[in-house]
Each structure stands twice: as structure tokens, then as C-alpha cells.
Ligand binder design. Structure first.
Ligand SMILES: Nc1ncnc2c1ncn2[C@@H]1O[C@H](COP(=O)(O)OP(=O)(O)OP(=O)(O)O)[C@@H](O)[C@H]1O
Length: 274
């Protein structure tokens, strides 16, 4: 689905991405790991159009999308979570979701005056969709909360919800599990898995938390020094000598905690979304 060919992203003389080639298969939840400074975020930013690569190609379903801008990627269904505006703290969670879709008739003053009926229809449809999204994510109970008042983990779920408002095809998640308590982490993992299985979403996620990676991702791509060092199942990756070597000094986080976990270890539905 997305093929990255010999990608380079240089900052002055520094090669943050230095000839990375990889594939993200349709329908996969692909993990992207690597030590600090490996070039993961720079690679994400190139794919999402936030950075223009120095050289190399990014192909999406056979089409060369190298150098397209974030809004052009957005219209192709390629979303990087931070690329969708951060929450508006004084608006409710539902209103935050309703803000996402582009091309709403009410966006201009002219339309607000002369197309009031059309706007009302669109708003009702958006509201219905937002409520469906909240139900899918099991957070209907916070629909009327001000987005600024919800927990960090709930904000991550709302961020996922925003991608559902525009029916994304592939979503790039940057450390979605960071700083989230374990209970809510399972809820987020469950939502990602269900979006993947039930809605056909493809995900590519940067994570430092190996437990989270092992729960969800297959394959896992390891980057080091701007290049792809290894690709394989989480289990294989964690036993790969070269990978362990690359992590020396930092350690693979939660390595021990991952023993015995499988991709199906996520509860079918989770409680305690706080
Ligand atoms: N805009 C920039 N200008 C100069 N150097 C940059 C810039 N962005 C990133 N870098 C450098 O490129 C290297 C790769 O950074 P990047 O953020 O892509 O790595 P990463 O694998 O995502 O790291 P981390 O896991 O710590 O977030 C780092 O050494 C970083 O300092």
C-alpha cells in the first residue's frame, strides 16, 4: 500500500533518514521502533507530507506521492495524528469531532446566510456520525465534556475518533501509548485493533513501549541511524542480536513484561476509560 524507496531526509549535513526502504502493507498494523534519534519521526513526517524528503520515493497504491503537502495526503486518506488539529479545549468532545471534516457549507459567511437549511442538514449528519464514533470508542459518556477537561488517554481516543470522522485509509500514530495508564492503554489498543479488523484501517505506529507493540503490531520495522535494520514479527525482532545491540544502553523497554503476550491478548472490550 505504501512503499518507501531509498528515502533520505537530510538536515544540513546531518542524515536523519539515510536511505530507508520499507513497505506498509494494506490492512496491517505495522510497528516502527528504534533507538532515540533513529529517524522514525523524520520518516513519518516525510510520508505525511510535513517534511519534503531530500531524495527517494514514497508510493501509495502505485501512485507517486513524494512531496505532497499534508492537506493533499489528508484528502488521500493518509493521516498523521498530530496533523489533525489538536483539541479545542473549550469545546465539547462531540464538537471537537464535528470540526474535522472539510468542505462544510457553513464555513463561509455567505453560506451561513443563504444556505441555512443545507447547513442544518450537514450538522445533523455530522452530529450523528460523531455520536457513532464515540460509541465505537466506548466514550459516549464524555460526549458533552469540555475537551480540555478529559484525561490524556481519553484525548488519545478522541484523536483516533477524529480519523474516523474522515474515514482514513492509513493512520500514522506517533507514540499514542506514551503517558497513558495501563487500563486506558488496553482501551486504545482495543480501538486500534477493532478499527483494523472491522473498518479495514491500516496503521503504522511509532512506539517505545514493547508491550504495546507486541500486542498489536505485525510486522515490526526497526530503524537505526536513518536506515531499516530489521523487519519481522515482534517475537523475532526481540531475539534479533543486531537489534538488541542497537538498543544497548537504552534497553528494550518492558522486555520482560512482554513475555507470553500475544496479538490476541487484548481484551475484547475494556473498562475504565478514565
Ligand atoms: N528539523 C531538524 N533539524 C535538524 N535535525 C533534526 C531535525 N529533526 C530531527 N533532527 C535530528 O534527526 C535525528 C532523527 O530524529 P527523529 O526525531 O526523526 O528520530 P526518532 O527516531 O523519532 O527519535 P525519538 O525516538 O527520540 O523521537 C535526531 O538526531 C534529530 O536531532
Amino acid at each position: 500500500m505504501i512503499e518507501v524507496r531509498d528515502l533520505h531526509m537530510h538536515f544540513g549535513g546531518f542524515r536523519a533518514v539515510d536511505g530507508a526502504s520499507l513497505s506498509i502493507e494494506k490492512g496491517s498494523i505495522t510497528g516502527l521502533i528504534g533507538p532515540n534519534g533513529a529517524g522514525k519521526t523524520s520518516l513519518f513526517n516525510c510520508i505525511a507530507g510535513v517534511l519534503t524528503p531530500t531524495s527517494g520515493k514514497i508510493i501509495f497504491d502505485g501512485e507517486d506521492i513524494t512531496g505532497l503537502k499534508p492537506h493533499q495526503m489528508f484528502h488521500k486518506g493518509i493521516l498523521r495524528t498530530f496533523q489533525i488539529a489538536h483539541e479545542f479545549p473549550t469545546m465539547t468532545v462531540r464538537e471537537n469531532l464535528m470540526m474535522v471534516p472539510a468542505n462544510q457549507s457553513g464555513e463561509t459567511l455567505w453560506n451561513a446566510w443563504f444556505k441555512r437549511g443545507q447547513i442544518a442538514i450537514e450538522e445533523a449528519a455530522l452530529r450523528k456520525k460523531a455520536d457513532e464514533v464515540l460509541e465505537f470508542l466506548t466514550i459516549s459518556h464524555i460526549a458533552d465534556e469540555k475537551a480540555g477537561n478529559i484525561s490524556g488517554g481519553q484525548k488519545k481516543l478522541v484523536e483516533l475518533g477524529r480519523t474516523m470522522m474522515v474515514d482514513a485509509k492509513i493512520v500514522f500514530l506517533d507514540e499514542v501509548g506514551a503517558g497513558v495508564n495501563r487500563t486506558l492503554l488496553y482501551t486504545i489498543a482495543d480501538a486500534i485493533k477493532r478499527l483494523n479488523v472491522e473498518r479495514g484501517y491500516t496503521f503504522c505506529m511509532i512506539e517505545h513501549d514493547m508491550e504495546f507493540i507486541k500486542m498489536l503490531c505485525d510486522p515490526v520495522i526497526v530503524m537505526a541511524a536513518g536506515q531499516v535494520m530489521a523487519t519481522g514479527s515482534a517475537q523475532d525482532i526481540m531475539q534479533n542480536e543486531q537489534v538488541i545491540e542497537a538498543y544497548l544502553g537504552t534497553g528494550i523497554k518492558n522486555k520482560e513484561a512482554t513475555e507470553g503476550l500475544t496479538k490476541d491478548a487484548i481484551p475484547a472490550s475494556s473498562e475504565g476509560t478514565s
